[in-house]
Design a protein around this ligand. Structure first.
Ligand code: NCD
Length: 353
């Protein structure tokens, strides 16, 4: 990461504090922990930044990024040439529709161009090339890279060898920070705030990386409460329950029945059961239809509750819910383009007046 010999190998990102030269450093520690420390007097403006986790941005920086995304939504023409001459590489070792295409749409909307691959089979990974080697090569071809990989930590490994900013576009069952930026923009735009909300997270909380990233990001806002709705086998991993929720004194409950949670929620975040992360088909088949959000269940909810879903949906939201004004998942996909435009501009340090 930061391309300076004065940073330890464990350093995955830095962001500036208010003063000119102080900064926070995020370090990756054993056991999937990250620590953040404040360091004085060494920050230099030209350090390259990556996005591995939503925590790589401070709350202030996130606010600015979301403001920028809202401005892009309002005045798209203003940004139409901002990335002329710049190239985005999308390196996707796992299937994707929204994330890859919204990244590509974002760069094209900014006047830049895109290149990349959409599956491991169509890249040299199929010949045994490592992500470290691949990113060294991509660094010669593009200005910024969005990478999705089935292995947790692969984009982080790539970022450590990269000469261009790397964005984690989903790493295994771990993190999906740009989906979180999308979710935060959707919630802030449609609810008017990111604090004082009761958020229900429903479905595959064990393997769902979007949920892991969203929890980590939302705990930094005041008055956040979670209701974790899942079958026993798909409960949130203990590292999130203990190290993220309990360690930060965030109020949360774990329930199995969606109906019990519905009346309290300001936001219901549905997720699909992550078939590709199961070790055996039988377990998947048993759990895949555990939750189905129907019109009848929506009647139990507040009139202004938002229904979000990172998509793709399988069966967990009945199509009859799509016409409910509280169903915001298709809008959410549109917000994903604005926020990725804002992210590309931010990481390439391109300012538009
Ligand atoms: C999510 C993902 O890839 O984790 N999809 C997405 O990026 N919008 C959710 C999922 O696949 O279930």
């Amino acid at each position: 990461m930061p391309n300076s010999p004065s940073f330890p190998d464990s350093c995955v990102n830095i962001f500036p504090l208010n003063s000119q030269s102080d900064y926070y450093m995020i370090e990756k520690m054993p056991g999937d922990r990250q620590i953040c420390s404040a360091v004085s007097g060494q920050y230099k403006e030209d350090f390259m930044r990556h996005l591995m986790s939503p925590l790589d941005f401070s709350v202030d920086e996130l606010d600015k990024l979301l403001d920028l995304a809202n401005d892009i939504e309002k005045y798209p023409q203003k940004y139409a040439h901002a990335c002329e001459g710049k190239k985005l590489a999308t390196c996707f070792y796992e299937p994707s529709t929204r994330t890859r295409l919204s990244f590509e749409a974002a760069m094209l909307n900014l006047g830049g161009s895109v290149l990349g691959f959409a599956s491991a089979d169509s890249s040299s990974a199929s010949k045994g090339e490592s992500v470290s080697d691949t990113i060294r090569i991509i660094s010669c071809y593009a200005d910024i890279c969005a990478m999705r990989h089935p292995k947790e930590g692969a984009p982080l490994v790539a970022s450590q060898k990269s000469r261009i900013p790397v964005i984690n576009a989903g790493d295994g069952g771990h993190q999906h920070p740009t989906q979180t930026l999308t979710d935060l923009l959707t919630i802030r735009s449609l609810k008017g705030r990111l604090g004082n909300l009761t958020i229900g997270l429903c479905g595959d909380l064990k393997f769902g990386r979007t949920v892991h990233s969203l929890i980590s990001a939302l705990i930094r806002y005041p008055g956040i409460r979670f209701v974790l709705i899942s079958p026993e086998e798909l409960r949130i991993p203990s590292y999130i329950r203990e190290d993220v929720l309990a360690a930060n004194n965030i109020p949360f409950t774990e329930v199995e029945r969606l109906e019990d949670a519905m009346p309290d929620l300001d936001v219901l975040y549905m997720t699909r059961v992550q078939k590709e992360r199961f070790f055996n088909e039988e377990d998947y088949v048993r759990l895949k239809n555990f939750y189905i959000l129907t019109k009848a269940k929506m009647e139990l909810a507040k009139e202004d509750m938002l229904v979000l879903h990172p998509l793709p949906r399988v069966n967990e939201i009945s199509v009859e819910v799509d016409d409910d004004p509280r169903a915001a998942y298709f809008k959410q996909a549109q917000y994903g383009v604005y926020v990725r435009m804002a992210l590309i501009l931010t990481l390439l340090d391109i300012k538009v007046d």
